[in-house]
Structure formats: C-alpha cells, structure tokens
Write a protein that binds this ligand. Structure first.
Ligand code: NAD
Ligand code: ZN
Length: 346
C-alpha cells in the first residue's frame, strides 16, 4: 500500500510502498478515507537525531478518518464497515487521566514508550492503518470524513484550550487569536460558537487575515510592529482577557505576553520555539499561562457535534496522498488556506 513516510533525519516526506498491516489481538484495521496535514509534522521532521524519540521510518499523519476494514481477536466494540475518526492521543488506557478519556495527559505514555499515530507509531497517511484499541475510535455518524478529519486535531486542540477558559470568557470580553492557520481558523469559529466574546485575530499573512474575517473574527490585524498598540487601543488600554497563540514563535509569544490584560489567560499552543518569561513583574498581575496539548476523547466527540451542527466548518484543500511532499512545501511556505487533507484513494 501507499504511505507517506519520514524516513531519514533532515529528509522530507516520501511516498513509499509498504505492506498492509495485519490486526493483532485487540487491534482495529482501518481503510483510511482522509488524513490531515499538521504543522507539527514539519516540527517533527525538523528534529535532529538526538531530539527524535522514536525510530525511523515513521508513517506520518495524526489526523485520520477511516472505515473499519478488519479486527483482531477480541475486538467487539466496532464492526466492519463502520466510519470512524481516530482520537490520536494514545495513553496507557488505565491511569486516572486515561480513565477519564484524557489520554493526552497520560503520565505513563512517554516513559512506557506509548506513541501516538504519526508521532512515533505508524500514522494516518496510508491506505490502511492499525489502531491499537477500539477506544481510540469515535463514530462519524454521518459526518463527511474529508471535512471532519481535521476536527481530530485542528478542531480538538483549540477546543480543549478554549473549553478550559470558558468561565472567564464572558460576553464582551476580548480574545486575541495569533496565527490563523489550520488550528487558528477553527479556534475563531469555536469562540464565535461557544462565547459572545469579541475576537481579534492577527496573522503575518494577508491571505490568512482574509480567512480570519471570513470565519468570524470581529477585528483582524497585521501581526508585526504596532500590533500590541493596536490591541491596547481596541481594549481601552486594558489588553485581552485571553490570548491564544497558534504560532508559538519568539515573536508571537512576545506579542501574546504584551497584549494580555490583568487576570488574563495566555495559551501557548504553537510549537515555534518561543518561550515566555514568567515571574512577578514579567506579566500583568494574576495572569495564567497554559501549555495545552491536544484534547480528550469526549472533547473530540463534542467537537464532532459542532461539526455536525454546522457551527464549525474546517476550510479544506484536498490532494491525493501521493502529492504529500508538495503539500508539506505549501504548508511550510504558509500557502495552505485552512487545512490540507490527503486522500489515499484519489
Ligand atoms: P499553520 O501553518 O496552518 O498555521 C500557523 C499560522 O501562524 C500561519 O497562518 C502563519 O502565517 C501564522 N504565523 C506565523 N508566525 C506568526 C506571527 N508571528 N504572528 C501571527 N501569526 C503568525 O499551522 P497549524 O497546523 O495550524 O499549527 C499551528 C501550531 O500549533 C504549530 O506550531 C503546530 O505545531 C502547533 N500544534 C500544537 C498542538 C498542541 O497540542 N499544542 C497541536 C497541533 C498543532
Ligand atoms: Zn497536529
């Protein structure tokens, strides 16, 4: 079968032929319908040999939808032909957080070498993939698998971040969204669907600022010199009640800290190498800094509901799986509008 693999350190993604895997006890074989392309894959492929925590080659892709094509001994929770989305944050399945479906916070995953698909275990960018346990599958129940696939990360990650902040996101409060790519353009829609906040979106790219306005940002600003002053002016000098940074670069993180109000929440979601100095006098009084990671299984079900209701609509560019190297180039150059999705059958 065809698969997109990261095969050598500092090498790019390659389209290769690999054997179709066989489901072992408890495992589910999915025939993939779609796989989303995330900026985190570029971060992973940019790592040095010393930084990589898993062996190569790695089949990429941590956003996936598919149809159950086979099951190993002992699997009863799903049946062949069922259309599902993959919840990609895999933990031990037995600890407190895992029992609550919060496998994204499993403290045993890393020490026990439990790896998520596309982030160490074989991922979604292939004709077929193995899922270690049926608990990682959420029924699509009629959702379009291509339009829904990126809800599993580009939807789930901002949903998890925003849900934790909801009690403070009162009507009229200002939320700043930095970076309107795959995650950011869904975050704006989530904020509009779940709150009556005012959303100010910033990006370095004009096309992304247009997208921000299209998906519901009240105000759109260029992310550069003058951005901090512009946000202060829009908030009577007070700053934003919450800041969601989907770039995570030194520049964006500095901006996130600079536009926060007293008692604000700052969420650093992007993995762009930036860090924010935290300490008395470094940030406004009462500020909380969050470093969220992905989301829980029940939160994925909730995001899929928002997709089903039409409240959230991922803007997708679709490509055949074989065009993955070109698609990653587009993502690297900031040319993807919304989310790029690979189709194994196209
Ligand atoms: P993307 O490339 O689609 O979007 C990033 C956006 O940020 C682009 O629109 C880009 O123009 C913009 N940007 C870059 N620098 C900026 C700046 N200084 N100011 C404003 N905007 C700026 O990427 P994506 O797939 O949406 O992922 C976003 C980030 O989130 C990546 O770093 C990714 O690795 C990370 N991520 C984190 C998690 C998590 O659980 N924490 C999950 C998924 C992705
Ligand atoms: Zn991702």
């Amino acid at each position: 079968m065809r698969a997109v693999q990261f095969r050598t350190v500092s090498g790019g993604p390659e389209v290769v032929d690999v054997p179709v895997p066989e489901p072992g006890p408890g495992q589910v074989l999915l025939a993939m319908t779609a796989a989303g392309v995330c900026h985190s894959d570029l971060v992973v492929m940019g790592r040095t040999a010393a930084e990589l925590r898993f062996p190569l080659p790695l089949t990429l892709g941590h956003e996936g939808t598919g149809v159950v094509a086979g099951t190993g001994p002992g699997v009863t929770a799903v049946s062949e032909g069922e259309a599902v989305a993959v919840h990609g944050a895999w933990g031990c399945g037995r600890c407190g957080p895992c029992a609550q479906g919060r496998e994204n916070h499993c403290p045993y995953a890393a020490p026990r070498g439990i790896l998520s698909p596309g982030l160490g275990a074989p991922g979604t960018m292939a004709a077929y993939m193995l899922v270690d346990d049926a608990r990682h599958l959420v029924p699509l129940a009629g959702l379009d698998p291509v339009r829904a696939v990126s809800l599993t990360d580009a939807g789930l990650t901002p949903y998890h971040a925003i849900k934790a902040l909801l009690p403070g996101l009162t009507p009229g409060a200002t939320v700043v969204v930095i970076g309107v790519g795959g995650l950011g353009h869904v975050a704006i829609q989530l904020l509009r669907a779940l709150t009556a906040c005012r959303v100010i979106a910033l990006d370095v790219s004009e096309e992304k600022r247009e997208l921000a306005a299209e998906v519901g940002a009240h105000t759109v600003l260029h992310s550069g010199p003058g951005a901090e002053r512009a946000v202060r002016e829009l908030t009577d000098g007070l700053g934003a009640r919450a800041v969601l940074d989907f770039a995570g670069t030194p520049a964006s993180v500095a901006l996130a800290g600079a536009v926060a109000a007293v008692d604000a929440d700052i969420c650093l979601i992007g993995i762009g190498g930036g860090s924010l100095p935290v300490g008395f006098g470094r940030l406004p009084l009462g500020v909380r800094v969050h470093v969220p990671y992905w989301g829980s299984r029940s939160e994925l079900a909730e995001v899929l509901e928002l997709g089903r209701s039409g409240a959230v609509r991922v803007r997708v560019e679709t490509y055949p799986l074989t065009e993955a190297p070109k698609v990653y180039e587009r993502l690297h150059h900031g040319s993807v509008r919304g989310r790029a999705v690979l189709l194994p059958d196209a």
